[in-house]
Write a protein of this length. Sequence first.
Length: 256
Amino acid sequence: MNAATLTLSQMRYANKAFWRNPASAFFTFAFPLMFLVIFTSLLGHNTVHIGTRLVNLSTYYVAAMAAFAVISACYTNIATAVTFQRDAGVLKRLNGTPLPSGSYLGARILHALLVSVLLVAITAAFGRVFYSADIPTGATLLRFLVMLVVGAAAFCALGFAITAVIPNADASPAIVNATILPLLFLSGIFIPFGNNAPGWIQWIARIFPVKHFASGMQAGFLGTSFDWTDVLVVAAWGVAGLLFAVRYFSWEPRTG
């Protein structure tokens, strides 16, 4: 079997394992919708200026929660699941089989991408039905899909990279959340800064990929301007994460 066939076969296994853990699958899909309902119930009647547009916050949060869903599926889930598999010895056993390491990693990325697409589709449909959110079409849809694919792949690579600094499975939730939650707040995922964000927050947020990914997602849902620089920044972080993962990714449990 060639590498592509092995990758697809491993992806099907990852997909079965995901859906056979109904609690994990449920909360992966439920959290973005739950946060969407909570935030729109609390703040949905307000508006925020983004660029030259005045956006209703209920629509704003559809885009924000779509971005959050992708980050959760690709970064948080991969980092946590891979760390637990490493500590349980699953990765060590896999590394001793004929399955190429690239096929395993590629399968995890492809599966996370499929879950991300499904999450975004569900969030968009929910937002359309309950909050009259616009659905990307035409050229906007193509740009949106480019950002979605690049962002999902980049956050998957960063998810693999962060496992290198997680000492054990017990520490993974704390470290993963500590590295992503502050960026979600600073990047306007949970708090809609709009044009009124303090300068220092904007400066810090634009260093990291979350802000750029969120901006690309907003362009699809809100009709704000799309900047290809956002795609390049997210891609650059993805490449950096991939290189770091290739160098420091561990297949064996930590002993100390």
